[in-house]
Design a protein around this ligand. Sequence first.
Ligand SMILES: Nc1ncnc2c1ncn2[C@@H]1O[C@H](COP(=O)(O)OP(=O)(O)OP(=O)(O)O)[C@@H](O)[C@H]1O
Ligand SMILES: [Mg+2]
Length: 259
Amino acid sequence: MSLSITVASGKGGVGKTTISANLGVALAEFEKDVTILDADIEMANLELLFGMEGMSVTLHQVLAGEASPTEAIYTGPAGVKIIPAGISLDGLRKADPDVLENVLDEILKQTEILILDAPAGLGKSAITSLAVGQELLLVANPEISSMSDALKTKIVAKKLGAHILGVVLNRAGTDTTDLTVEEVQTILEANVIATVPDDPEVRRSSAAGEPLVLRSPNSPAAVAIKKLAADLIGEKYIPPAAPKESFIKRFMGGLFGGR
Ligand SMILES: Nc1ncnc2c1ncn2[C@@H]1O[C@H](COP(=O)(O)OP(=O)(O)OP(=O)(O)O)[C@@H](O)[C@H]1O
Ligand SMILES: [Mg+2]
């Protein structure tokens, strides 16, 4: 049976695309058949994180009735399948958001796990993404301005019949004004199932057009996303030893090994 997960937040710029792309690759690394679809048909940017901008067939052409969904599926790193929305204004002009739901249903039949990178807000394609996703992964930053939009999104998703997988608290840091996990859980009435730290490697990976979990697999944000992927599918992920621990291991090995 197929599983569809909508990654949504309400508020813009909190990390939906970052989480969608890297969670998708991390699940594919666990041998899952995963498709990540950019449902942000107006402000697409999933393709930029994979360095695959400029594809001739994207979701825009599918929504314009000019191509079949299968023609817009590209194989990316670790075998993950990617459906870019398209970044051209001309493509956007022709795309008909009313057919998105049918297209998503058709794509869902062709994959084991469909990850929908939802747009910010509660416009037409955001609502369609929330309606099609059986599961909701709510992305939020640990700040108060992120909470009300996340809460609205959760309420709408629930009304549309989605099950709430939990909250991914992204860009968590050490700022004293940050909301704690407990505070976020109380406000959103949902469990925080992953805390992804603010990590400069995230931006470096996007600039390189290569997913973080492949480019910097041991970076703190990549480790958190890989752990989330493993938890979602009941797999075990053993994070790399902290630098200090691995130094001690190497040191002790050097001291007592080779005799
Ligand atoms: N954990 C993180 N650490 C550091 N930077 C991050 C992290 N997560 C996301 N970012 C950065 O924050 C910005 C917004 O991320 P992203 O595009 O994933 O958000 P979004 O919710 O998809 O935005 P939009 O609402 O515009 O679609 C990007 O510059 C990204 O590199
Ligand atoms: Mg995005």
